[in-house]
Design a protein around this ligand. Structure first.
Ligand code: TYD
Length: 135
């Protein structure tokens, strides 16, 4: 499942006026975008995320600054660098994710396939491992 976590490069149009990056639901993003949120002002030593979701898929884009995303499927782990505004990472359902190493100017944009539902979050890592063993 970890191999489903993939970097996506978005089309960008740059000219002397600056850059424009295009992100279209159901095209560049492999789902219908139902929710957008963004994270900024997180210190370098903060670890965010630390959860998995039963239903939601996500794409994370550092539209400013940089951060790292560690993904874990209970067996394998992989670290992705988000360091360009036209690159996103796709995260499928049921992947455990940590976001960390935020630069001071980091603005991490998150596109989600579902509306927010606290009940679809797994926030305990031991529970996550049990869930994945039963998959
Ligand atoms: P949290 O899940 O801790 O964020 P992160 O994924 O960065 O670790 O969310 C922080 C708070 O915001 C928490 O109280 C739940 C709330 N929240 C919403 O109400 N709606 C949302 O879409 C999200 C992502 C969080």
């Amino acid at each position: 499942m970890i191999e489903e976590c993939k970097l996506i490069e978005f089309p960008q149009h740059g000219d002397e006026r600056g850059h424009l990056v295009i992100v279209e639901g159901n095209q560049d993003i492999p789902f219908d975008i139902k929710r957008v949120f963004y994270i900024y002002g997180s210190d370098k030593d903060v670890i965010r995320g630390r959860h998995a979701n039963y239903n939601s898929e996500f794409v994370l884009i550092n539209v400013a600054g940089t951060s790292k995303v560690k993904v874990d499927d209970g067996t394998n782990q992989k670290v992705f660098d988000l360091d360009r505004p036209h690159i996103g990472i796709y995260l499928p359902k049921l992947v455990w994710k940590d976001m960390y190493d935020f630069s001071e100017d980091s603005v991490l944009l998150v596109l989600a396939s579902e509306h927010y539902d606290n009940n679809e979050y797994i926030r305990d890592y031991d529970e996550y491992i049990k869930v994945m063993k039963n998959q």
